[in-house]
Write a protein that binds this ligand. Structure first.
Ligand SMILES: Cc1ncc(COP(=O)(O)O)c(C=O)c1O
Length: 458
């Protein structure tokens, strides 16, 4: 059967409405051509992020009612801790309000000036937290991960030779931790293989460098391992997940992705002494160690979400619907990162809008065109998000790709919503030469994509 059956039925609905072209034009101007500044009510299909946008299940809502709001040692905390331990096998489970809070604690402990943190590709908040600590964030994804159209099955893999090179260059003593992001969000939502994790682990062991996962999408990564890595097809996803965590000394997790919740995060560790220091920082800014800035009901929803995400019918539907969007866009001759990854389709905006140079932000220009044409919101992952000026030379530093990410919220949209997106982008392809570039009129010093303002060029 070709139809992708959503393995759930809908119990509650939230109306959405298509605005008129005139309304969208006024809204886009008022938002200074930055979709982050558009009110959600004015968006028809919101593909800005898959983070914190999942629809919760009836069991998660039931858990919310069971939430124990005791300050210390709540029943909800113990249920949450048990669920996370059972899945990951990690000894220390620290609840945080979201992924970046876990990152801030980790890099406050391990980062600092003169240190280098390798990753396949740092996500923006991870890079920002590494740099905020004074350390340098280094991206070491394999060469194939930088080429949009090569169909390598694990384009999220870290390049072992690049890791060797970094260690030789800066010294293992200056690398306090090696991170691997699964799946590799900023590199196209591409998975990392078990074989690659084992190889990275071997190198880290040889140099006494701890290995941490940025494991926001651990279940999607594990399902892609099951589908694509030789010898994994018949193994339960739960076992593959455990293999991934067994290779790590710890993990930062934003539960807003594969935790299937709207808020929440986790910091995982095996090292007792480091965990004690992390708990002290947790208390300082997040909350007591058994709630970490969350309500008991949030812990319940996370505990249930982490279990549900391992359901293989769910994972099949999830990965297949993302792939379906990718196939539709390819049929419409829209260049995307191939093969489709876990949570999103990434349009190669640099190639799609080849008449717009990187300094005029082709990704951001495509976002605006998508909203104007069809009320669809997406996010740029390119020169707006990662472009900077070299402090020494004054030259612009640009990311290797200019992408637009269409992130699919979990369990929210149906196949007909996805068909609408395919149709809208297909129509846009016919008139793409009329899309204009942008210039920045105002931007903050860090994480500028959230609040920067733009004007259209020419
Ligand atoms: C790979 C990755 N790491 C970290 C984060 C940060 O998580 P949060 O938004 O919960 O702070 C994200 C969020 O999108 C992510 O995709």
């Amino acid at each position: 059967m070709k139809t992708i059956i959503e393995p759930f039925r809908i119990k509650m609905v939230e109306p959405i409405r298509l605005t008129t072209p005139g309304e969208r034009e006024a809204i886009l101007q008022a938002a200074h051509f930055n979709p982050f500044l558009i009110p959600a009510e004015a968006v028809l299909i919101d593909l800005l992020t898959d983070s914190g946008t999942a629809a919760m299940s009836s069991e998660q809502w039931a858990g919310m009612l069971r939430g124990d709001e005791s300050y210390a040692g709540a029943k909800s905390w113990y249920r949450f801790e048990a669920a996370v331990r059972e899945i990951t096998g990690m000894s220390h489970v620290l609840p945080t309000h979201q992924g970046r809070a876990s990152e801030r604690i980790l890099f406050e402990l391990l980062g600092g000036p003169g240190k280098f943190v390798p990753n396949n590709t740092h996500f923006d908040t991870t890079r920002a937290n590494v740099e905020h600590s004074g350390a340098t964030a280094v991206d070491l994804v394999i060469e194939a991960g930088l080429h949009p159209r090569g169909r390598h099955p694990f384009k999220g893999n870290m390049d072992p030779s690049k890791l060797h090179g970094l260690i030789a260059e800066v010294g293992a003593e200056n690398i306090p931790v090696c991170m691997v992001t699964v799946t590799n969000n900023s590199g196209g939502g591409q998975p990392v293989s078990l074989a690659n994790l084992r190889e990275v682990r071997r190198i880290c062991d040889a140099h006494h460098i701890p290995l941490y996962l940025d494991a926001c999408r651990f279940a999607e990564n594990a399902y892609l391992i099951k589908m694509r890595e030789p010898g994994q097809r018949d193994r339960p996803v739960r076992d593959i997940v455990r293999d991934m965590f067994n290779l790590a000394d710890g993990a930062t997790i934003s539960a807003k992705k594969d935790g299937l919740v709207n808020i929440g995060g986790v910091l995982l560790m095996r090292d007792d002494r480091l965990a004690e220091r992390a708990n002290n920082l947790l208390i300082l800014t997040e909350g007591f160690v058994t709630y970490g800035g969350l309500a008991g009901r949030d812990l319940e929803a996370m505990a249930q979400g982490f279990r549900e995400v391992l359901d293989e019918d769910y994972l099949h539907y999830r990965l297949r619907s993302v792939e379906y969007l990718g196939e539709g866009l390819l049929k419409a001759s829209v260049p995307i990162i191939e093969p489709p990854g876990g949570h999103a389709i990434y349009i190669d905006a640099g190639a799609f809008l080849s008449h717009i140079p990187p300094e005029q932000f082709p990704g951001q220009a495509l976002l605006c065109a998508l909203y104007r044409h069809a009320g669809i919101r997406a996010v740029e992952i390119g020169s707006v998000m990662f472009g900077r000026t070299d402090p020494e030379t004054g030259e612009p530093i640009r990311p290797p790709m200019e992408l637009v990410r269409l992130a699919i919220p979990r369990r929210v949209y149906t196949q007909s919503h996805i068909d609408y997106v395919i149709e809208a982008i297909g129509e846009l392809a016919a008139t793409k030469d009329q899309i204009r570039g942008l210039r920045i009129t105002e931007a903050p010093a860090v994480l500028r994509h959230f609040t920067a303002k733009f004007a259209e060029v020419g």
